[in-house]
Design a protein around this ligand. Structure first.
Ligand code: FEO
Length: 170
């Protein structure tokens, strides 16, 4: 079993991951509107991965005999200033999610809940990767600036991203 506090925070995390899916789905639509299909593909993969993250928490709660309590998901922004603005917001959001995962790990350590801590380590690694990807794209877009050719080159690169379903928990 998991503690009541842990159950509450794990349920909160489902909401955060599903909000992330919603946020990136909105970014996908914005890029599709701009005819930047490679960027749209990147966020198509991203939104699917976030749904998988949410489901990983969902499955884990059930696996440990807890209760899943789904929460309302707020509307994400639907307009963005530029591709750089999108990736700046992505990076900021991923840093917020990382802080939330670290908070869960801290609680698991405090409660000597080794099972949940072990489960959470996958997310610690995943968050490092997600932040690095967002940061890399921020840097590229800063270099590109207003160069349209550079935007199209990055669009072609991001078109190659492929979705691979994430293994369910545990
Ligand atoms: Fe599931 Fe991007 O945090």
């Amino acid at each position: 079993m998991i503690s009541e506090t842990m159950q509450k925070l794990l349920n909160d995390q489902i909401q955060k991951e599903l909000y992330s899916a919603y946020f990136y789905l909105s970014m996908k639509a914005w890029f599709a509107e701009q005819n930047l299909d490679g960027f749209a593909n990147f966020f198509d993969v991203q939104t699917k991965e976030e749904r998988d993250h949410g489901m990983k928490f969902y499955d884990f709660i059930i696996h440990v005999g807890g209760k899943v309590t789904l929460q309302a998901i707020e509307s994400p922004p639907c307009d963005f200033a530029s591709p750089l603005d999108v990736f700046n917001q992505t990076l900021k959001h991923e840093q917020f999610v990382t802080a939330s995962i670290y908070n869960l790990v801290n609680l698991a350590i405090e409660e000597k809940d080794h099972k949940t801590n072990s489960f959470l380590q996958w997310f610690v690694t995943e968050q490092a990767e997600e932040e690095a990807t967002a940061e890399g794209n921020v840097r590229k877009l800063q270099l590109i600036g207003d160069n349209t050719q550079g935007i199209f080159m990055l669009d072609a690169e991001l078109a190659k991203r492929v979705y691979t379903p994430i293994a369910p928990a545990p």
